[in-house]
Design a protein around this ligand. Structure first.
Ligand code: SAM
Length: 491
């Protein structure tokens, strides 16, 4: 099950004490499980669970939940009891949609999560055998079915065509590597626009599915059954859909975007992989990277103009991934007066390893006076206890790309304020977020089960609502027009 970015804890979160991991219910259990949590017989929405506790959402007022009070707790999946026992209120925190999140510690027994997952799988199988695909199809708008059918036909048609001709060129006397390269080019030129149009039509048809959760789930299941398997040989699709690190948009996916190359084991796989890395949100990753580099360059010039005696320009990236902005900045600028210190933060140590290696390599090649500090941290730790974060100096430029698109507005606002506090006076904070509404969300959401929060210009501005009045806010769009940037100057 996919993890949300608010659950990724980084090294510190895992270190020292063993604490049974808390998992968001929507990330842990299947869409069919329909968990029911009863507290003294009354049902509440379940928010998360771990082996020794659960939390629920309550909108009935906090006075009902005095800390330390014990209740009877029952958890059902598929209408069957998976836990029954006593639990004590351990914490009361603000929850989504003006509710409260009430955390319970179990006082007897435990939640056998592997067994619960097994029961979930069994329940799913039972449902699938009983209701079959018709259950799903009947819920899906006709327009969406037509758009999906067009996509599936297109993909199968060209998989057959390209496989056949690839085999012909590979056969003795068939033309070999050159003929295959020419086939790829011809296919790219001929199929790019028709495939893009299919994606646009499907995105428009998908709008109708967004208002009803049942319909959305049905449409996603339908797409993942029919469309995704046809393109699973494309390396980007495979990585993004299977999520081997447990979450969407890991560093390898980003590397595919930055490489923007023909990758894969067949002509079909290479051509459709290339279309995936040319998708507006993928191409936008490259243009937003250049946009950020230009901002770093501009802010650096502005800082140098202050003529400090020993200039040290400090840049931090949160959720840095491979930090291509940093290695490209060093490659482009090569040298500068004084020093530039980059602080790169990511919960994924494999991403930091790549970021460190690429940046150090550019430092070595150019001889630039730069230092790279990598922090294997989750922003959740930054929010909970800023003193844990060894950022000793205020930063002149802080940025986050590919991170806020996953954060609920309440978390995103708090994080914006926390980052602003790390800025030096006159410094600049910016975060990117996929722009909405758009005509290209069908491939990520439906084919890849990759959910992002697409934000409008107004929603971007709202992320700055906890900032002091003195902060200067602006929203810009990067040249690819796929991502908005909230830009905040500290005064
Ligand atoms: C979509 S990638 C973007 C990477 C990079 N900023 C870029 O644009 O190329 C998201 C990155 O955020 C990191 N990330 C996700 N949740 C995080 C968290 N809670 N704290 C810190 N980093 C996180 C992931 O490990 C991943 O490297």
């Amino acid at each position: 099950m996919t993890k949300s970015y608010e659950e990724l804890m980084g090294a510190l979160g895992r270190a020292i004490f063993f604490r049974p991991e808390r998992r968001r219910v929507r990330d842990l259990l299947s869409r069919d499980a329909q968990p029911q949590l009863l507290v003294d017989g009354k049902e509440f929405p379940l928010f998360d669970l771990s082996m020794n506790g659960v939390s629920l959402i309550s909108r009935d007022g906090n006075h009902l939940w005095p800390i330390g009070t014990e209740f009877d707790l029952t958890l059902l999946l598929y209408n069957k009891e998976v836990y029954k026992g006593r639990a004590r209120v351990a914490r009361v925190e603000p929850g989504p949609k003006k509710g409260s999140r009430i955390g319970f510690g179990l006082t007897n027994g435990f939640l056998d999560l592997p067994e619960i997952l097994r029961q979930d799988e069994e329940g799913r199988l039972e449902n699938q055998l009983k209701f079959g695909p018709e259950y799903w199809r009947a819920r899906i708008p006709k327009g969406f079915q037509e758009a999906t059918s067009r996509a599936v036909h297109f993909l199968h048609f060209y998989r057959q065509t390209l496989d056949r001709h690839e085999a012909r060129y590979k056969a003795p006397g068939g033309g070999g590597t050159d003929a295959i390269a020419a086939l790829e080019q011809r296919a790219l030129d001929a199929l790019r626009e028709p495939w893009r149009e299919i994606e646009r039509v499907a995105s428009r048809a998908a709008l109708e599915c967004l208002n009803d959760r049942e319909v959305l789930v049905a449409a996603k299941e339908y797409t993942e059954t029919l469309v995704t398997p046809v393109v699973l040989d494309c390396p980007l699709v495979h990585r993004a859909y299977t999520k081997p690190l447990g979450y969407s948009g890991d560093y390898q996916v980003m590397l595919y975007y930055y490489n923007n190359a023909l990758e894969g084991d067949s002509v079909f796989a290479r051509v459709f992989h290339k279309f995936a890395v040319e998708h507006p949100l993928s191409a936008g990753v490259r243009t937003r990277k250049d946009f950020v580099i230009e901002l770093i360059e501009r802010e650096h010039r502005r800082y140098l103009a202050l003529q400090e005696s020993d200039p040290v320009f400090r840049v931090a990236s949160l959720g840095c991934g491979p930090a291509r902005e940093v290695s490209d900045f060093i490659e482009r600028q090569k040298g500068w007066p004084g020093q530039v210190v980059f602080t790169l933060i990511d919960q994924e140590d494999e991403a930091l390893s790549i970021a460190y290696h690429q940046s150090q390599r550019q430092i070595q090649v150019t001889g630039a006076n730069a230092a790279i500090q990598c922090l294997n941290l989750s922003f959740i730790q930054v929010l909970r206890d800023p003193s844990l974060v060894p950022i000793e100096h205020p930063q002149h430029f802080i940025f986050a790309t590919g991170l806020f698109d996953y954060l609920r507005e309440s978390t995103a606002r708090v994080l914006t304020r926390a980052l602003y506090e790390q800025l030096a006076p006159g410094g600049l904070l910016t975060m990117g977020n996929a722009a909405g509404p758009n005509e290209h969300f069908w491939p990520p959401e439906f084919m890849l089960d990759w959910t992002m929060l697409y934000r409008t210009r107004e929603e971007m501005l709202r992320l700055g609502e906890l900032l002091p009045d003195t902060a200067e806010l602006d929203v810009a769009v990067e040249p690819g027009k796929a991502y908005y940037f909230l830009i905040v100057r500290k005064h």
